[in-house]
Design a protein around this ligand. Sequence first.
Ligand code: ADP
Ligand code: MG
Length: 287
Amino acid sequence: MDQATGLRRIVSPKPVKVIAVSGGKGGVGKTNVSVNLATSLAKDGKEVLLLDADLGLANIDVMLGLNPAYDLSHVIAGERTLEEVIIDGPANIKVIPASSGITRMANLTAKEQAGLINAFSELGHAIDVMVVDTAAGISESVINFCCASHEVIVVVCDEPASITDAYAFIKVMSREHKIERFQILANMAHTTQEGRELFNKLSKATDRFLDVMLTFMGTIPYDERLRKAVQHQRAVVDAFPRSPSALAMKRIAKQVDNWPDVEQMGGQLEFFIERLINSDADNAGVC
Ligand SMILES: Nc1ncnc2c1ncn2[C@@H]1O[C@H](COP(=O)(O)OP(=O)(O)O)[C@@H](O)[C@H]1O
Ligand SMILES: [Mg+2]
């Protein structure tokens, strides 16, 4: 660490809060939640990094109409710095585009690992929150990202497959990876009652069979404005800030902002990357 970096850490020792947005099923709204949560937090004055950990079709750069020239694979290969890869999103959020490097995280060479840890450590001093938009399913990569995060938001909607997939996700994370705490967010609900019932359904099953603690974060209503925002490649909190889904997203962001600060040795972003690339079944981050 050079002197300037050391000095910055002394001046700004606050750890970076890392939040994974997951849920098991595709199409439940993970990417929209990630983008709008990140944008709302940034509008509230936070420095936010948004990591696209899903190589799927509707990823963050498409959602926001961004055209990334580089991604994390270029950082891993030592061809670009992290700063060169990051692009600006709404409210100045910093977006790390999706990358084939994501699924290779657990299999990097020692040199690649060191390079990546270094890249994130240099960035960490300026960041308050990192939001990680994960892929659907329960792949090794999704699990690793969630294990390395401080909090896991599980997005669910009123479809039988969403509830069963969320349950399966929570089961694997708790039984095999010792993650006990999950934040449940009901999306695309037609009433707040429907959102609450979704949570009750899920927690009834987990209370019965699993040793986990679920917290209900609230409901994002089904909102045509959100769809319109997606069509216009904008975050709904940016395009239609007074729409029902935008107001709900902002409420969720306030809640996230009120979560207690994380305690973390040294507490900077490199710890996330270290946990990510060293992750195995015993290496749980959320607990
Ligand atoms: N609250 C909502 N109201 C209306 N439509 C929504 C809402 N949330 C998501 N959608 C729709 O669902 C689609 C999939 O959302 P997305 O965030 O890409 O899901 P995921 O990342 O989980 O696959 C969006 O493009 C949008 O059309
Ligand atoms: Mg997505």
